[in-house]
Design a binder for this molecule. Structure first.
Ligand code: NAG
Ligand code: NAG
Length: 144
């Protein structure tokens, strides 16, 4: 995962804290704990990005870079405000059902076949993903 990408994701995730739509949820989360908590599905994200996240979020990181299975992911997302995931992490209706506090999903991918967008939209969860321009450049986009 390259440094520039992870930093861009981090900034989007942080900016989601002040987003109008997620604001009330954020306030509720903040009342419960000082920082909203975010789950990282791998332990090999660059330190700079992770440190930046630490300033704004309580982090819970999966113990390997190989990937997390569905059951573990489901239980890890309990009480989480956000998740940093990649293409291998399937976030479907079953997983979402248990993730009632989840407000933001940041996926380190252009594709989002691993995300159940319909269910995500129903739950007003904000998705941040990578956009690849026809010319080959990449940037980030957040949307519901
Ligand atoms: C990671 O945590 C899971 C669940 O607690 C455990 O089964 C697994 O052995 C751990 N893996 C490593 C590499 O520590
Ligand atoms: C999901 O939630 C149900 C109902 O609360 C619970 O029984 C189940 O253990 C949860 N699953 C996981 C993997 O945490």
């Amino acid at each position: 995962m390259d440094r520039t990408k992870i930093c861009a994701f981090v900034f989007l995730l942080i900016s989601s804290l002040t987003d109008k739509e997620t604001c009330s949820a954020t306030v509720a989360t903040r009342m419960a704990s000082s920082k909203p908590s975010v789950f990282l599905t791998r332990n090999d994200y660059p330190e700079e990005g992770v440190n930046l996240l630490k300033e704004h979020f309580e982090l819970d990181t999966w113990n390997s870079s190989v990937g997390i299975n569905k059951e573990e992911l489901t239980s890890a997302l309990k009480g989480k405000f956000g998740v940093f995931c990649s293409l291998n992490d399937k976030i479907d209706a079953d997983v979402l059902k248990n993730a009632s506090d989840l407000k933001v999903i940041a996926t380190m991918s252009v594709g989002f076949d691993h995300l159940d967008l319909k269910e995500i939209k129903n739950r007003n969860i904000y998705v941040i993903r990578l956009i690849r321009e026809p010319a080959g450049s990449e940037h980030f986009q957040g949307y519901f």
